[in-house]
Design a protein around this ligand. Sequence first.
Ligand code: UDX
Ligand code: ADP
Length: 491
Amino acid sequence: MRTYDLLKLPHGRITKICCIGAGYVGGPTCAVTANKNPDVSVTVVDLSESRIAAWNSSTLPIYEPGLWEQVQGARDGGADRPQNLFFSTDIDKAIDEAELIFVSVNTPTKTMGAGAGLGSDTSYVEMAIRKIAQVATSDKIVVEKSTVPVRTAETMREILKAIGKPGVHFEVLSNPEFLAEGTAIRDLLAPDRILIGSLLNDHGLQAAAALAEVYARWVPRERIITMNLWSSELAKLAANALLAQRISSINALSAVCEATGADIDEIAFAVGTDSRIGPKMLKASVGFGGSCFKKDVLSLAYISECLHLPEVAAYWQSVVDINEYQKDRFTKRIIRCLYNTLNNKKVAVLGFSYKKDTGDTRESAAISIIDALVAEGAKISIYDPQVLESQIWSDIEKFKGARGDVKQYVTVCKDVYKACEGAHAIIVLTEWDEFSNKQIRKRMDWQRVAESMDRPSFVFDGRNIVDAGKLEEMGFRVECIGKPGSGWFKG
Ligand code: UDX
Ligand code: ADP
């Protein structure tokens, strides 16, 4: 057994963890951590009383496959296991009792001041750090989980040192989370790697080893990577930037496909079989969304700008520019195919979340595409199997200025057939399995939909999940991303 003598851990190892921020990262991460460490008490705290109440109820605040089982097991305990997962708004108490604190708060893109629209807003991180410094009466390992600009740990160390009580030592680690929503539990249970960054002095290395021991309960040691603090911070930004860049690359190629008759799925397959490229994250789409990609790529561009590296900044900025171009291109194609006028035409939007298997709508392509269609005069009906109706209204409320009360021209349907009835066009914006006519089970009845629509009936597939040939046999005109549409000569 290792000793962490410099850390002054009361039990010689980590036995109490506090996580500040009960969101998409903090909640699932702590549920799995608690399940895999039944002898460690894990308390997740948040400023939001309603969020904490939801985590303590049977209706969790986020939808994530497999999450309920993880939460219930540790939160409620059972015959064979203790209760060791707690959700609370008593932030001070949880901080002071813990030996290790995850900082898992949101770091959205700045909306004002220097770097507005580009840099990350780290004010929530700073608020959490100040709270830790004010409250802690014993040594703490403070762990950055939120994605932050490189060298944020330096700021954290400075604040902790300046405000912390005399004699209390804080060791800051970086331990970025790589989970993707929709597969969060799978990603947490079998991660490609766990990354822990620390200062390379004795204190830092002991803290990193103590955290590694928590993960080693279920993650093979060779997958737990330790490195210097700044590399770890930048590695998280780099991973998201490279993933986003792959999607922008395939989406840029999809435009070439549409102009030439090539098929982007065939291109992705052909290039993905090269083991140096690999097949993942090469699915052409209407554009990436989610709380991370755009924010992190812009943050990297802004950091580069601040470091006087304008060429590097422009390179990363272009990844986001192509994503905006892709959404715009798709919208223009819809307008063109619908004879250049959407005035009073009913358009059914299938899918509002930014990807399947999540109810999260942050940066969802659906939001800006619907905005553009509304501005063209379309009547929109939206169906999504998971996104809450209240969330959809809050996302599209800002369209009010365009044409008066948004509820006059947008409806949210609980039934996919109702959404499509009488529509001129269906736009698939999220790849939910039930929208695909390739799936055997859980699929919608496209024949029934065909019979209920206005003619000519269009399907614009922003996710390439439909079998266009089969839909064409039913009388649909089909337009997919990066493929020749129904209007193309296919001889
Ligand atoms: C991403 C990273 O994958 C994860 O490691 C990090 O921790 C957080 O950011 P997430 O945004 O949840 O995760 O989902 P991801 O599966 O990466 O998809 C992001 C967006 O890209 C979605 O809108 C998705 O639909 C889109 N996407 C993904 C594509 O358009 N094509 C692809 O091939 C993959
Ligand atoms: P992520 O996707 O990164 O998990 P979320 O927005 O889902 O982001 O969750 C972040 C959570 O952090 C929110 O529930 C928010 O209320 C909480 N939060 C932000 N700042 C603080 C703070 N200083 N103290 C406690 N909770 C905070």
